[in-house]
Design a binder for this molecule. Structure first.
Ligand code: HEM
Length: 523
């Protein structure tokens, strides 16, 4: 130890730091002032109380007291990485979005993977859909493709989202997740049958994040320079293949390491084994939308048999320098779109357009888009102003538009596309519900062992449901998807299949919220 290091140690009542021999950098307060002593509080003599004028201590404690922001209301547990997207070609005949405008065009991205229901810090291997959110930093501003690892969703209308999430989150009374509650909810939501089949298959427990696909889920619109609209679905295809855990393997992984998916992603990127995904796009012309026995704008459905064109490749090659600053403060929103990409009329998506920016203004603050991870790579030119934590540098006093002195104006080329409307304002469910068919096709596409795992995973949770009617309604859904599927589940639960069939015929064409009345009439 140098004499200098020993002197510092004696003066500050601490062991000398390893680097004390180096000149190092002086510690500062948040205002940049040098800190004189970072180990001992200022006291009134050796025995006296700690003094309030020890500004550094007060700043240190109060700043620490405010280190947490609210966690995301869903998708709280996540991991992020930077990378780039490279377009395979020029797709300007379909979309004027510049990131798809030329072969080899490179666009930086930030991706955040997440679980949905479980809180921040919860084990990453638990059964859940996985969030797959991609932020493209394009030359026309940011485009966020905020998807999941499963191609459909539980519900088709945003009106149901808060109820669904309440039922899946821990009980407000016991603070435990409870299948009695979420199956009670889902037993009124027949359109959830396909998504539940996905979630309770081994696809609900991916072995890692690199070996799973991602899906935009909703229909979006691509719009070209002539204003022509193509309805599209975006599907990320993993170039590492697929690897899923059985329930047993997922439980073992959870017992070993709560952060195994983060560790896997960081290690792969650290070793230079950069994971990549190809972006597949399915396309439908507006006049094709009515040609299906389901509604292509219903987020509970996949577009079976619609070809998929691979339009580019995304590679993740850098982990963030700081988890909180990037991954935690990242704010993705389906409303972040660029000219050439628009939301479809999917009513689940429409609700999301509002919800994300709304929660982010609360979760991070009104100027959240100024944060480095969220700000676009292009200049932001608008008259939004002030608000908490504003670190802009607006010099002009023309904070309005139009003005004779400052030529800032809208660009008509960036206008939304036009659509003709007929009909009345209404509150009705969609006409073509087709709640069970795709779930049945999915079940039949599974191998024997995948089917067995699905039945065992579902029965494991459904056995905990005390209300027989809830269990039977759920089995009735799976039975309507596929008779073998429902029968095997009934057997695994020890439920009477005859009673399930009677329930199915009593409630078949009845709106789920009216089921009690239908059942009373039938008995
Ligand atoms: C996160 C709402 C459906 C994927 C969130 C957040 C909210 C929300 C409030 C937290 C955002 C934040 O704090 O930054 C909703 C509503 C939905 C809906 C109201 C339906 C009406 C969906 C669907 C998908 C999805 C269908 C997938 C296609 C995600 C993802 C995140 C997220 C990936 C995490 C984004 C991140 O990593 O920061 N959602 N959501 N959500 N949602 Fe949804």
């Amino acid at each position: 130890l140098t004499a200098m290091a020993v002197a510092v140690a004696m003066a500050t009542n601490t062991l000398p730091a390893i680097s004390a021999a180096e000149p190092g950098r002086v510690l500062t307060e948040d205002g940049g002032q040098p800190v004189g002593d970072n180990q001992n509080s200022r006291t009134a003599g050796p025995r006296g109380s700690v003094l309030l004028d020890n500004f550094h201590l007060i700043q240190k404690l109060s700043r620490f007291d405010r280190e947490r922001i609210p966690e995301r209301v869903v998708h709280a547990r996540g991991v992020g990485a930077h990378g780039e997207f490279v377009s395979y070609g020029d797709y300007s005949q379909h979309t004027r979005a510049k990131l798809f405008g030329a072969k080899g065009k490179r666009t930086p991205v930030f991706v955040r993977f997440s679980t949905v229901i479980h809180p921040g810090g919860s084990p990453e291997s638990l059964r859940d859909p996985r969030g797959f959110a991609v932020k493209f930093y394009t030359e026309d501003g940011n485009w966020d493709l905020v998807g999941n690892n499963l191609p459909v969703f539980f519900i088709r209308d945003a009106m149901k989202f808060p109820d669904m999430v309440h039922s899946l989150k821990p009980s407000p009374v016991t603070n435990q997740q409870d299948p009695n509650r979420f199956f009670d909810f889902f037993s009124h939501v027949p359109e959830s049958t396909q998504m539940l089949t996905f979630v309770y298959s081994d696809q609900g427990t991916p072995a890692n994040l690199r070996q799973m696909d991602g899906f935009g889920v909703h229909a979006f619109k691509w719009v070209n320079a002539d204003g022509q609209v193509t309805y599209v679905k975006f599907n990320w295809r993993s170039m590492q293949g697929h690897k899923r855990h059985t329930a047993k393997e997922a439980a073992e992984a959870t017992a070993m390491n709560h952060s195994n998916h983060t560790e896997d992603l960081y290690q792969a990127i650290g070793k230079g084994e950069y994971p990549s995904w190809e972006l597949g796009v399915q396309m439908l012309k507006p006049e094709q939308l009515d040609g299906f026995d389901f509604d292509p704008l219903d987020a509970t459905k996949v577009w079976i048999d619609v070809p998929e064109l691979k339009v580019g490749k995304m590679t993740l090659n850098r982990t963030p320098g700081n988890f909180f600053e990037a991954t935690e403060q990242a704010a993705f929103s389906p409303g972040m779109i660029v000219p050439g990409i628009e939301p479809s009329e999917d009513r689940l998506l429409q609700g999301r357009l509002f919800s994300y920016a709304d929660t982010q203004r609360y979760r991070i603050g009104v100027n959240y888009l100024m944060l480095p991870i969220n700000r676009p790579v292009v200049d932001v030119v608008n008259n939004s102003q002030h608000g908490a934590m504003n670190f802009g540098e607006t010099k002009s006093d023309v904070n309005y538009e139009p003005s004779v002195s400052v030529n800032v104006h809208a660009d008509p080329a960036a206008k939304y596309s036009q659509a003709n409307l007929v009909g009345s304002v209404e509150q009705q469910r969609i006409a073509k519900t087709l709640n069970f068919q795709q779930a049945g096709e999915l079940y039949r596409s599974f191998s024997k062992s995948e089917q067995a795992n699905l039945i065992s995973n579902l029965a494991g949770d459904m056995k905990k449901v005390r209300d027989k009617q809830v269990r039977q309604r759920m089995v009735g859904f799976f039975y309507q998807a596929d008779a073998d599927y429902g029968s095997r589940l009934a057997e695994a639960l020890g439920d009477d299949l005859g009673e399930v069939k009677a329930l199915v015929s009593a409630t078949k064409d009845v709106e789920p919220t009216m089921w009690k009345r239908a059942l009373n009439a039938a008995t």
